[in-house]
Write a protein that binds this ligand. Structure first.
Ligand code: HEC
Length: 105
């Protein structure tokens, strides 16, 4: 129980730090990337296209680590590319959280 609480507290801490490290101008760039680059397959409003919809309904229940790994590594043998040459782990985490919250159009 104590262990779980500590783990939760440290995860919250890590997430807060990660979010704080992304500057407002980089956040604008990432939002642009999400709409235009990710949107080219997942749809501008992320409702799906060649790739599946990435709305909070679909993201709900999916592990954040799974989403971050998917964004960085892609899915082998599918059209989903890995973005690790363009995005840091913190940036992928930021995107994963945005997907879970819902990206404003
Ligand atoms: C060239 C097309 C393409 C682009 C560009 C693309 N994706 Fe994907 N994406 C896919 C496909 C296809 C899948 C489904 C892969 C599968 O069947 O396993 C997918 C799957 C995913 C998933 C897993 C969805 C789930 O419900 O399991 C996430 C998350 C995701 N993409 C995020 C992104 C993000 C974020 C970007 C931009 C940084 C991006 N994708 C750009 C084609 C693309």
């Amino acid at each position: 129980m104590v262990k779980t609480l500590l783990l939760t507290a440290s995860l919250v801490f890590v997430s807060a730090t990660a979010l704080a490290e992304i500057s407002p101008s980089r956040q604008t760039e990432l939002t642009h990337l999400l709409k235009h680059d990710c949107g080219s397959c997942h749809g501008m409003t992320l409702k799906g296209g060649l790739g599946p919809a990435l709305l909070p309904e679909q993201m709900d229940g999916k592990d954040t680590n799974y989403l971050v790994t998917t964004i960085l590594e892609g899915h082998a043998n599918t059209a989903m590319p890995g973005w690790k040459t363009m995005l840091s782990v913190d940036e992928a985490l930021w995107i994963a959280k945005r997907l879970k919250q819902g990206v404003q159009p």
